[in-house]
Design a protein around this ligand. Structure first.
Ligand code: AMP
Length: 141
């Protein structure tokens, strides 16, 4: 198995330790779910493992199964909460593939008919808008 190094001080490790705030939507023993602060669409969510894996290849199949079970459970609810028509699930491994935070995470990106995604890393969303979206989603989870 390919094993990339894990940086204990990456951004999501800090979110997990509570050193950086997040708009939390859901949490269980193995998983934390929160809004992406540079959302490609409204409701853009990240599902991360609590296990410190840098990418898809640094986790056990069982750990990956738990992560994806949460993605499967939450994605349709998040889609409906923001009134989207479809939902894109994305996951990047390595800088060359577009990964920028080296802690395993899966993107849930609600998509509306005919509405393009905002460009990647465009800008940090207004915190009040993120809080309102988080509220809307938490109400249906
Ligand atoms: P990637 O590694 O390309 O899968 O993307 C990492 C994602 O994390 C990007 O979509 C960023 O907008 C997002 N991001 C970066 N910092 C934070 C943060 N502090 N809280 C929430 N999302 C973040």
């Amino acid at each position: 198995m390919h094993m990339a190094a894990y940086d204990q001080d990456n951004i999501f490790a800090k979110v997990l330790k509570g050193e950086i705030p997040c708009h939390k939507l859901y949490e269980d023993e193995d998983t934390l779910v929160f809004l992406d602060i540079m959302p490609r669409t409204e409701g853009h969510t990240l599902v991360i493992t609590k296990e410190p894996a840098p990418d898809l290849f640094g986790i056990t199949p069982e750990g990956l199964g738990k992560l994806m079970a949460v993605v499967q459970k939450l994605a349709p609810k998040i889609k409906d909460a923001v009134g989207a028509d479809g939902v894109l699930i994305q996951q990047f491994n390595g800088a060359a593939a577009g990964q920028t935070v080296f802690h395993l995470h899966v993107h849930i990106v609600p998509r509306k008919d005919g509405e393009p995604m905002r460009p990647e890393g465009a800008k940090v969303a207004d915190p009040d808008a993120l809080a309102a979206t988080a509220e809307k989603i938490r109400a249906v989870l």
